[in-house]
Design a protein around this ligand. Structure first.
Ligand code: UN1
Length: 491
């Protein structure tokens, strides 16, 4: 049995004896075998994390940050290797895989710096000779459940803030990218984390993930994935009143106004809709276009999309890699059928790539999509985008907001008034002006409104709110009993 769970500083096999395999989506080849962990494995990992919390919470935050600085250095030193592995295990193209690792470097550096901030507040007391302050405190064991689409970046979004704040972690990474999760944790350990501060349990959501969410000693769950699973996580965690941070789906729209720079808009659409093969929660799966430029935009967009080169991510000159697995190809193809049945016009794509061993699907553009159609409402998580024609700015904003999700949004316009209205009125956690829907930077809050989450944010200092609890402290140095709300108020 492969010893690939990290528990209390020791690499261990799974207790159930079952294994699962990681594949190369571009070829279908087998990459490696991992333990399919059980609730018993999760139990051991949580116990190790709980045990390690006692000391880790007392390590000065700047020292915890220093370990993250070292982790960032190690990520940088291993960037070529991790990038190459990511093109194989996850499938994204080289430039984007490098970007994924870079995002983890950036996040680790940002959160390392938090070790010397982690600001609380001091504030006057209403009473004399009394001092008031609030401080952030770690919460305890954090369960991090991460997706395969950003297999190095997203674990860093969760683990770097959790750790610098003084929590310990059990990571259950996606079963499609276990090797990358293993390398991530190996490098963290190498950076100098004490045993048990980070633990890794490989396996599936139904067993390992579920056990982690329900474990009474896990105080915070941070989950990125589908809306459906997010709801299940929230329900399961309710029983133990575990804090839950959810980062769920998107149905992100790009608005193209009649005054837009169309070539720039096409650049933004191609990059946001087909980068990472559309497998980003920030992907532009809707393009809402003013009828004045609708025909011209279609023409320019289709020409660009048909020129995109598909292939394995590790090859030079490839624009679009494979989907993550065969089930994803089925899902994306199913939505092509749904779009056609709904009466949308298939402009290009809409089929598997034959003659390849891997999970390739042609970049797909639908036109004449109505805002209420399923392909304009549901998250497809693949290389499919829907063009929705509208008359004017107000109709565009209404269409953009007419979905359950609210992660990212974008507007192409040269009109500053429209740009500011869009910043105010688009119901999303992120709005880009004259850029596509992807490309969030680590020092700003990341997350969405409506069904995209449950009100929390990752990244930036906002992430600290997920991984700390406030403590308010009152120090009375008057030497006598002073009663707030009473002694300082006349009658
Ligand atoms: C995701 O798809 O889950 O803004 C995260 C972006 C990336 C992160 C995407 N920096 O597209």
């Amino acid at each position: 049995m492969a010893e690939r769970n990290l528990i209390g500083g020791t690499w261990a096999g799974g207790s159930g004896g079952e294994t699962f395999t990681s594949f190369v989506p571009a070829t279908g080849e087998t990459l490696d075998t991992f333990p399919r962990s059980t609730a018993a494995d999760v139990d051991r990992a949580v116990a190790a994390a709980k045990d390690a919390f006692g000391d880790w919470r007392l390590v000065p935050a700047p020292e915890r940050g220093a370990i993250l600085f070292r982790f960032a250095e190690l990520l940088r030193a291993h960037k070529p290797e991790l990038t190459d592995l990511m093109t194989r295990e996850m499938g994204k193209v080289k430039a984007e895989a490098g970007g994924d690792v870079q995002e983890a470097i950036d996040m680790s550096l940002f959160m390392a710096g938090e070790g010397r901030r982690l600001h609380g507040q001091t504030t006057p007391s209403e009473l004399r000779d009394k001092f008031n302050m609030s401080i952030r405190q770690p919460i305890g064991v954090v369960g991090a459940i991460t997706p395969w689409n950003f297999p190095i970046a997203i674990p860093s979004w969760k683990l770097a803030p959790a750790l610098v704040c003084g929590n310990t972690v059990v990571l259950k990474a996606a079963e499609d990218t276990p090797k990358l999760a293993e390398r991530f944790v190996e490098l963290l350990a190498e950076a100098g984390l004490p045993d048990g501060v980070v633990n890794l349990v490989q396996g599936f959501g139904e067993e390992a993930g579920d056990a982690l969410v329900r474990h009474p000693d896990v105080r915070v769950i941070s989950f990125t994935g589908s809306r459906e699973t997010g709801v299940a996580v929230a329900k399961a965690a309710a029983e133990t009143l575990t804090h839950v941070h959810l980062e769920l789906g998107g149905k992100n729209a790009i608005l193209v106004c009649d005054d837009a720079d169309l070539d720039l808009a096409v650049d933004g659409i191609v990059w946001s809709a087909f980068g990472t093969t559309g497998q980003r929660c920030t992907a532009a799966s809707r393009v809402i276009v003013d009828r004045a430029v609708y025909g011209e935009l279609q023409k320019r967009l289709v020409a660009r999309v048909e020129a995109l080169r598909l292939g394995p991510g590790w090859e030079d000159g490839v624009d679009v890699g494979p989907l993550i697995n065969a089930a994803a190809v089925e899902k994306v193809d199913g939505y092509t059928r749904i779009g056609i049945d709904e009466g949308a016009k298939l402009l290009t794509g809409g089929e598997r790539v034959s003659g390849e061993g891997g999970c390739f699907y042609r970049p797909t553009v639908f036109a004449d999509v109505e805002a209420s159609m399923r392909i304009a409402q549901e998250e497809i998580f693949g290389p499919t985008t829907a063009l929705i024609p509208v008359d004017g700015f107000d109709e565009a904003v209404a269409a953009a907001n007419g979905v359950r999700f609210g992660l990212s949004s974008s507007i192409f316009t040269r009109d500053v008034n429209r740009a500011f209205r869009a910043m105010r009125d688009l119901e999303a956690g992120i709005t880009y002006v004259n850029a596509g829907t992807t490309g969030a930077e680590v020092h700003l809050p990341f997350g969405g409104t409506k069904d995209t989450g449950n009100g929390h944010r990752e990244a930036g200092s906002a992430a600290l709110d997920v991984f700390t609890e406030w403590k308010s402290i009152y120090v009375d140095y008057s030497g006598r009993l002073q009663r707030a709300q009473i002694d300082n108020v006349d009658s």
